[in-house]
Design a binder for this molecule. Structure first.
Ligand code: HEC
Ligand code: HEC
Ligand code: HEC
Ligand code: HEC
Ligand code: HEC
Ligand code: HEC
Ligand code: HEC
Ligand code: HEC
Ligand code: HEC
Ligand code: HEC
Length: 322
């Protein structure tokens, strides 16, 4: 598992010698820096490390060799030809290898308690991954809040839980207790069942939209799966075209259809109760009752008549009834 020194030096400096998240483009500049950190890379690459770490991290549950990263046939991976293997992520380890127990030089460790700032832990990952979705990482909510890539990702594994539908929610749930409580309400997206995942709606590596949304607006997020609500409609219902979350809680609700409130209260936030059936469902509201009820509410709610609540294409659908 010998590694090529020249490339090693370049990656070493790009990834680690500079503080903070160093982009791959900075490699050239970094090459001119003086001393390699931690004595440079070890001579034999992973072979050296495995002399001591085979039992804990190479073969057991966290096996790196089961992961997408350990593909010798894929030159882009840490175990590809001329790559740095373990040290592509853990940084140069020559001194770590030589020094003795008790005085052993610290190499980059990801598990808590982390001995380095998140930006330093992320730098080696970003050397290879500052593409695609991660372009937005710098300045994103999670980056600003000091998350490291390894807070969410388990790379010593053939099956990273955050990339698996059934288990992603447990990873996010370590920090987002409120949303986890919401998805357990009586009505919710089938997130617990693993049919919808948090990352269907959120771009966790960064987004130009609010709340790390995966699309520029809330509605565009919803349309990816509820395309029929997009229209275009001959008769639009204004709040629907504007923002689905005016009426729906995306994570979960105690009302059917994820509604924030049930009709008629939901509707009466905007539609005057006067002039139209709008009094509460008490005896007084019934026909013949003291409230002068007109029977509208007998049918159980506004949407029984205004069933095209999201918009209508019927020529006579102006009142959203057909
Ligand atoms: C001579 C045995 C030996 C070799 C070779 C060795 N390590 Fe270690 N390493 C240890 C021991 C022992 C520890 C636990 C800390 C201690 O006791 O110093 C450790 C700790 C670590 C840690 C946890 C963080 C830390 O610094 O304590 C990481 C990560 C690590 N080693 C990675 C590597 C990598 C990558 C290589 C190959 C470049 C490597 N080790 C080579 C013995 C070794
Ligand atoms: C793709 C990057 C990557 C590669 C390659 C890699 N590791 Fe790791 N290593 C990590 C991350 C991230 C963790 C934290 C736990 C996890 O994600 O599973 C970790 C955890 C460890 C730990 C526990 C201490 C700690 O928290 O960092 C040791 C020891 C270790 N790795 C040794 C190795 C050895 C030996 C190799 C090569 C055979 C290797 N690693 C290859 C990224 C990597
Ligand atoms: C030497 C380059 C390199 C480094 C360093 C590296 N990766 Fe990767 N990583 C890759 C390649 C190549 C793939 C496969 C990508 C593909 O198939 O398109 C990959 C795949 C992944 C995947 C997807 C895994 C899967 O099962 O689909 C994750 C997550 C990931 N890397 C996270 C990390 C993290 C976190 C770090 C830092 C601890 C890291 N990587 C360091 C090159 C690297
Ligand atoms: C808040 C948790 C979280 C953090 C922090 C995080 N990721 Fe991810 N990552 C995910 C989730 C969820 C996915 C799958 C959905 C997606 O791609 O958005 C993913 C997917 C990936 C993939 C594979 C998907 C692809 O695009 O091929 C890579 C590679 C990756 N992340 C790298 C990184 C790197 C590098 C960092 C640190 C800069 C990082 N991640 C930080 C949660 C996280
Ligand atoms: C280690 C803790 C941690 C983990 C794990 C984590 N987050 Fe976060 N997340 C935060 C912090 C801290 C914030 C910023 C404060 C807040 O809004 O609570 C945040 C904010 C967010 C926001 C709001 C963004 C904004 O701009 O207001 C979303 C959405 C989010 N996270 C989704 C996720 C998803 C999805 C996952 C799992 C893939 C995840 N997070 C995993 C800590 C975490
Ligand atoms: C069906 C789409 C969808 C899914 C799935 C989803 N979210 Fe959200 N999330 C949203 C929308 C839309 C918002 C912004 C509006 C709102 O807060 O009601 C949001 C807001 C957030 C916020 C910011 C809350 C605040 O008040 O600032 C966090 C944190 C969050 N989501 C985490 C998660 C986590 C964790 C999961 C997985 C358990 C998840 N979301 C699943 C659509 C979704
Ligand atoms: C990744 C796909 C996906 C996205 C994105 C998505 N949904 Fe859903 N939605 C579903 C699935 C799947 C169901 C469950 C359907 C079922 O049980 O038949 C559902 C159910 C619902 C329901 C309840 C239906 C019922 O009959 O109780 C509402 C309301 C809803 N979604 C609104 C939204 C809103 C608002 C958004 C945007 C914030 C959104 N959805 C984004 C997939 C998605
Ligand atoms: C003015 C309030 C309101 C807005 C805004 C709204 N909805 Fe609804 N939605 C409702 C009501 C009320 C129901 C329950 C209908 C019923 O009981 O028949 C519902 C039901 C649903 C359902 C389940 C039943 C069905 O028709 O498929 C889905 C899915 C849904 N809405 C998605 C959306 C999406 C996506 C948006 C944004 C484009 C949106 N809603 C905006 C009020 C609203
Ligand atoms: C966030 C505010 C809001 C909520 C909540 C809301 N609407 Fe509307 N609705 C509007 C607006 C604005 C219009 C357009 C009014 C206009 O054109 O005069 C409208 C139009 C309508 C129309 C067509 C009226 C007309 O004059 O042609 C009907 C019917 C209607 N809404 C029923 C409902 C029902 C039933 C609910 C509850 C499920 C509801 N609305 C919830 C704001 C809302
Ligand atoms: C029994 C059927 C029925 C029920 C239930 C019903 N409506 Fe209507 N609604 C109608 C009819 C019919 C019209 C059109 C005739 C009219 O102009 O009075 C209408 C018209 C409207 C309009 C347009 C403005 C107007 O007065 O023409 C709004 C807004 C409206 N309804 C909201 C509601 C709300 C909010 C509820 C629930 C509190 C509700 N409706 C319950 C049948 C119903």
């Amino acid at each position: 598992m010998k590694i090529k020194k020249s490339l090693g030096a370049a990656l070493l400096l790009a990834g680690l010698a500079l503080a903070g998240a160093v982009a791959a483009q900075d490699k050239a500049k970094a090459e001119t820096a003086a001393e390699p950190a931690n004595g440079g890379y070890s001579e034999e690459g992973a072979d050296t490390c495995l002399n001591c770490h085979e039992a804990d991290h190479a073969t057991k549950e966290g096996a790196i060799f089961l992961s997408r990263h350990a593909r010798p046939d894929d030159a882009r991976t840490p175990f590809g030809k001329d790559q740095l293997q373990c040290e592509a992520c853990h940084g140069p380890g020559a001194t770590h290898v030589k020094t003795k127990k008790g005085k052993r030089d610290k190499i980059i460790a990801f598990n808590p308690p982390a001995t380095r700032a998140p930006a330093e832990l992320n730098a080696p990952c970003l050397v290879c991954h500052e593409n695609k979705a991660r372009i937005a990482w710098q300045g994103s909510t999670h980056e600003v809040n000091q998350l490291s890539c390894a807070t969410c990702h388990s790379v010593h594994s053939g099956n990273d839980p955050v990339l698996t539908a059934a288990t992603q929610v447990d990873v996010c749930g370590k920090c987002h207790k409120k949303q986890i409580a919401e998805i357990h309400k009586p009505w919710s997206h089938p997130i617990v069942a693993g049919k919808v995942v948090c990352s269907d709606c959120h771009s966790v590596h960064g987004s130009s939209a609010d709340k790390l949304l995966a699309k520029p607006t809330v509605n565009q997020v919803c349309y990816t799966c509820h395309a029929e609500k997009r229209g275009p409609f001959l008769w639009e219902h204004e709040p629907v075209a504007e923002d689905c979350t005016t009426c729906h809680s995306p994570h979960g609700a105690t009302n059917p259809a994820l509604l924030k409130k049930n009709p008629p209260l939901l509707c009466q936030q905007c539609h005057a109760a006067a002039g139209h059936p709008a009094i509460a469902r008490t005896g007084a509201a019934l026909p013949g009752g003291t409230g002068g009820g007109q029977g509208f509410l007998l049918s159980g709610g506004c949407v029984n008549c205004h069933s095209r609540i999201h918009g209508s294409n019927h020529p006579a659908g102006a009142k959203l009834m057909r």
